[in-house]
Design a protein around this ligand. Structure first.
Ligand SMILES: Nc1ncnc2c1ncn2[C@@H]1O[C@H](COP(=O)(O)OP(=O)(O)O)[C@@H](O)[C@H]1O
Ligand SMILES: [Mg+2]
Length: 509
């Protein structure tokens, strides 16, 4: 709605500006932690086209400081003043497609969440270095939004690194009340905590920016002089990683890409790779959707409240990459910290379906372990169905080598025409399309062989196979072992063990 300025006269309103002292303190409470706060500053550096970002954590008790320097295009003095203003750009304004910013708040809210003094020095090409500082204690005292022109006393040398650069920016955090408080320089415990923070930040950045760190002309992030290696949640290079079909979902004429992965069982990769892939929170916690906005990770492993899915141990190998453009921010409810995203209603059904399928496929890895082991130990594994190719087309045929099929094919000649006709009819009418659709839409509703069948009925089938194996000259033991290598009887080990000639005679009686 648009107001007409002449309709509202001066007598009709008061100016109720936010009180600087109260407001600047509440800007601290957006819920960042050190790692999410630094990630937000790195977004700004990436948007400014930085190729290198140098993080420095300097321990000096209560005087410790953290700085983030980049070789991006920097800011002129006017641009810096505007950048320091809380709410420098409205979230409703359209942004460049590769802009990682969101509310025009990040620089301020992320910094204030960790420190009471924020100094920014920036240089744009062919300009002098510009400096501005927010000092919370000073704003509090004067109760006005006074943005200072100089660094704090004794802090100028912490900005020196910019001098040798043609353009770039340094963000300096001092008075780190939330990270070091009033610790003394020789407080060993506090120093250890500070160093641990460096590690936490490194792991977080390795994950959040892995796509940028992996590219050919890639971004480099240095932390206290060593460069951060990317952490890719999907192990795309491991041979045993299953890459399920990519899905493209349309939303408001734009595309959301969804790429599900099922990561390898630990027996399929070396233990170092497996342990590293567990991520900072461990395998179970890292399952689910990974939502990226312009390739920057927002959500790292979450089922997004879809389908009531929980983080179940047997689904821990399921990880799904979701790619959004930054034009969908409102619809996905991206928050200031950029650590939350919720899918719009119209995409929920598709995402739920993809989640269900991926979870099912991840569970299958454990379910199939038994089968694979049996197969590796068997001289030959017998399936009742064969996949065949005829004139370039795939079809499924009843395996004529299967002992039970052999038995039927050895019945008297008079029965043969009807048996062969039945087998042909079954083979020609396998409802492949229907099975395929059912399996894709409701995988968990697909019954496993003999699922829910009473064991005496399973035994009935087993006994017939056992008998034909015995007839072919196998000993009791050989016949039993053979059945254990047959689909699907490897899942009925105890039942197979009860097989013996005596039992069969009893069965016949
Ligand atoms: N490292 C940087 N290099 C260049 N410009 C920056 C940098 N950091 C911040 N800015 C400028 O400051 C503005 C405000 O940043 P911020 O408060 O994080 O909000 P947003 O990123 O949502 O725009 C940015 O839009 C950008 O113009
Ligand atoms: Mg920002």
């Amino acid at each position: 709605m648009r107001f007409n300025a002449s309709d509202i006269s001066e007598s009709m309103y008061d100016i109720a500006e936010p009180r600087a002292s109260a407001m600047i303190e509440s800007l601290r409470a957006f819920g960042y932690n050190v790692q999410t706060a630094i990630a937000d500053l790195i977004d700004n550096s990436i948007t400014a086209k930085a190729r290198n970002i140098w993080l420095s954590f300097c321990w000096d008790g209560a005087n410790s400081h953290i700085s983030i320097r980049d070789d991006g295009h920097g800011m002129t003095e006017d641009q810096l003043i505007s950048a320091m203003r809380p709410g420098s750009q409205s979230p409703l304004e359209e942004r460049e497609a590769d802009d990682l910013g969101r509310f025009g708040l990040g620089l301020k809210t992320a910094s204030f969440s960790q420190c009471r003094r924020l100094t920014v020095a920036s240089r744009s090409a062919n300009h002098a270095v510009a400096i501005r500082r927010w000092d919370l204690d000073y704003v509090n005292q004067v109760d006005e939004w006074r943005l200072l022109h100089t660094p704090a006393e004794g802090s100028i040398q912490k900005l020196n690194d910019l001098e040798g650069m043609p353009y770039g920016t340094i963000i300096l955090w001092e008075c780190l009340d939330r990270i070091v408080g009033t610790a003394k320089t020789d407080d060993q415990k506090a120093q250890d905590d500070f160093l641990e923070t460096v590690e936490v930040v490194e792991n977080h950045l390795a994950m959040v920016f892995h796509r940028f760190l992996e590219k050919r002309d890639r971004l480099k992030i240095w932390i206290n002089h060593h460069s951060i290696e990317p952490w890719n949640p999907f192990l795309p290079d491991a041979q045993a990683t299953q890459i399920l079909p990519l899905e493209l979902l349309t939303f408001k004429d734009k595309m959301v890409q969804v790429q599900p992965y099922v990561l390898p069982h630990h027996s399929k990769i070396d233990s170092d790779t497996y342990n590293k892939a567990a991520g900072t929170n461990g395998w179970n916690a890292q399952q689910g959707f990974y939502v990226y906005r312009n390739e920057r990770l927002l959500v790292a492993g979450d089922w997004l409240g879809l389908g009531g899915y929980r983080k179940d141990e047997h689904c821990k190998l399921a990880r799904i990459q979701v790619d959004l453009p930054n034009s969908m921010d409102n619809d996905w409810n991206i928050d200031v910290k950029k650590s939350r995203a919720r899918p719009p209603a119209s995409l929920k059904a598709d995402l739920k379906r993809i989640a269900r399928l991926t979870r099912y496929r991840a569970t299958e890895i454990y379910r199939h372990r038994g089968k694979v082991i049996a197969r590796e130990n068997a001289e030959k594994y017998v399936f009742p169905w064969d996949k065949k190719l005829r004139r370039g087309k795939v079809f499924y045929a009843v395996n004529q080598e299967h002992p039970l099929v052999q038995e039927v094919l050895n019945l008297p000649d008079t029965c043969q025409p009807v048996i062969r006709a039945l087998l042909r009819l079954l083979e020609a009418t396998v409802p492949i399309q229907q099975i395929w659709i059912d399996n894709a839409t409701e995988p968990e509703k697909q019954a496993q062989p003999f699922d829910g069948t009473p064991s005496d009925q399973v035994l009935e089938v087993m006994v017939e196979i056992y008998r034909s194996l015995r007839k072919s000259g196998m000993t009791q033991e050989q016949a039993r072992d053979r059945i254990l290598t047959m689909e699907p009887f490897q899942h009925f080990e105890t039942l197979v063990k009860t097989l013996s000639d005596q039992l069969i005679r009893g069965n016949l009686a």
